[in-house]
Each structure stands twice: as structure tokens, then as C-alpha cells.
Design a protein around this ligand. Structure first.
Ligand code: CTP
Ligand code: MG
Length: 236
């Protein structure tokens, strides 16, 4: 069985406001609900685990169980505590799903940001199907702009070959046992320095496939992104 882990443990400081961005309204529905939809609709996802602070859990459950026959209500497993950084949030969820379901019963995990509401079922499925041949998989976007490297941020040191540069997105899928072990190798301190979930896999020598990403599957980071997301939904 494959398990989706939805990361909603952040504070959304760059968007600001009283409520973290993933719990704000996005065109009539809490943002996290948009982000979970594709996972609930994927035939390859068995259960959904959500990382969220206790203060928001009732609100999330109310939204999930508004329609108790919905695929989201059927697949929801439980909540995990947010960690000190994104990777610790992932680790908390990895541990919890193993405790709840039994480590041997989990094949793949697919990890997504609650702040990426436009992920599609096709992307979810492609990531999980890639696990037949790889240890992990993630969507990436090739670079269209010329890319420069600068140590100082003031002047250019080097022109990079953009044909070899990709921007990583989410969701990221991994074999559960290998990825859990890769995280445990970094405990207790090194895990706090990790920037992206695939970094952990790369450090452990896992083979991570790149699948074609989608410009629409952007992460909502600022209030401008929030407005862009509303605009996209209005134009659908
Ligand atoms: N996240 C998490 N646990 C953390 C930090 C982040 O689950 N300790 C989640 C966020 O909720 C978000 C995703 O990881 O869905 C990507 O993080 P980011 O966009 O940086 O969100 P925030 O950390 O909430 O925003 P900010 O950095 O502006 O405070
Ligand atoms: Mg953050």
C-alpha cells in the first residue's frame, strides 16, 4: 500500500495573517483540501496522513468529513505533529504511519506540500508508478532562463548550462523502508539542516527519477501567489 503524506505543519510566515496559508480560504475551500484532492482520487494511494498543528485539526476534520462518503474521508488516516523544519515534519509522519499500519505493510510514500493546491492525479500516479523502477521520483521543471552562479550575489561568477539544471517540485515519492532508513541515518542533528526531501534520498544513494513537472503546480509562498491561485481558479 502507498501512503500520501500532506505537509501542513508550517506557519506560512511569508504570506502572513492570523491563519497559516494552507488553512486559508482559496476560492470557497480551504487550500489544503484542494491539495489533498488528487491523492484521494488516485487509485494508487491507500491512505492519507496529514501533518498539522493540533490547533487546526478540528477545522481540517470538519472539512474532510463534510461529505463522509467522499474519497478524502475514506482515505484519511490520522494527524502527525509538525517538526522543527519540513524534513522533521516528514520524519514524524513516516514514524507515525509505520506505527499505525505496520512498517512492512507500507510500500511507497508520496509527500506533498499543502501549499501546492494544483497538483494533478496524473502527477501523483506518475510519481508512484516510477517506483517500479526507481527508489524515488519527483516532478521537475527545466530552466527556460539563462542561469548564473554567483557566490557574492553581487557579480556573476559563472554561466551554468541550463540544459543540466532543473527546478524540483512536489510531490516526491519514495520506497518507504529505504526513505525511512535514510532519514534515521541523519538523526538527531543533520536532519535539521536538510533543505528538500529528495536531498535525504540523494545523500543515502537512492536513485531518484525525474518526471515532467507542471508550471501550474507552483507552491504558494507569498500573497501574490495566493492571488494568482485565485485567478487561475476563476478562469477555469
Ligand atoms: N511545512 C511543514 N512543517 C514545517 C515547515 C513547513 O509541514 N516545519 C510545510 C508547509 O506547511 C508547506 C510546505 O511544508 O505546506 C512547504 O513549506 P513553506 O512553503 O516554506 O511553508 P511555510 O514554512 O509554512 O511558510 P514560510 O516559510 O513562509 O513560513
Ligand atoms: Mg517554510
Amino acid at each position: 500500500m502507498n501512503i500520501a503524506i500532506i505537509l501542513a505543519g508550517g506557519k506560512g510566515e511569508r504570506v502572513g495573517g492570523d491563519t497559516p496559508k494552507q488553512f486559508m480560504d482559496l476560492s470557497g475551500q480551504m487550500m489544503i483540501l484542494h491539495s489533498i484532492k488528487a491523492f484521494s482520487e488516485s487509485e494508487y494511494v491507500g491512505n492519507i496522513q496529514i501533518v498539522a498543528d493540533e490547533a487546526y485539526r478540528e477545522k481540517i476534520e470538519d472539512a474532510i468529513f463534510e461529505d463522509s462518503d467522499s474519497p478524502i474521508a475514506e482515505k484519511f488516516l490520522s494527524f502527525s505533529d509538525p517538526g522543527e523544519n519540513r524534513q522533521m515534519s516528514i520524519y514524524n509522519a513516516l514514524k507515525d504511519i509505520g506505527d499505525i499500519l505496520g512498517r512492512d505493510s507500507i510500500d511507497g510514500v508520496i509527500i506533498h506540500d499543502a501549499a501546492r493546491p494544483f497538483v494533478t492525479v496524473d502527477t501523483v500516479n506518475e510519481c508512484l508508478l516510477a517506483l517500479d523502477e526507481h527508489d524515488g521520483a519527483m516532478p521537475v521543471i527545466p530552466m527556460n532562463d539563462t542561469v548564473y552562479f554567483s557566490r557574492s550575489g553581487q557579480k556573476v561568477d559563472e554561466l551554468l548550462n541550463r540544459n543540466n539544471i532543473y527546478a524540483g517540485q512536489a510531490p516526491e515519492a519514495f520506497w518507504y523502508d529505504k526513505y525511512l532508513a535514510a532519514n534515521e541515518d541523519l538523526l538527531p542533528d543533520k536532519i535539521l539542516l536538510v533543505k528538500g526531501s529528495t536531498e535525504v534520498a540523494i545523500m543515502a544513494g537512492m536513485d531518484v527519477a525525474m518526471i515532467p513537472g507542471d508550471q501550474r503546480n507552483f507552491k504558494i509562498t507569498t500573497t501574490e501567489d495566493m492571488e494568482r491561485a485565485r485567478q487561475i481558479i476563476r478562469n477555469e
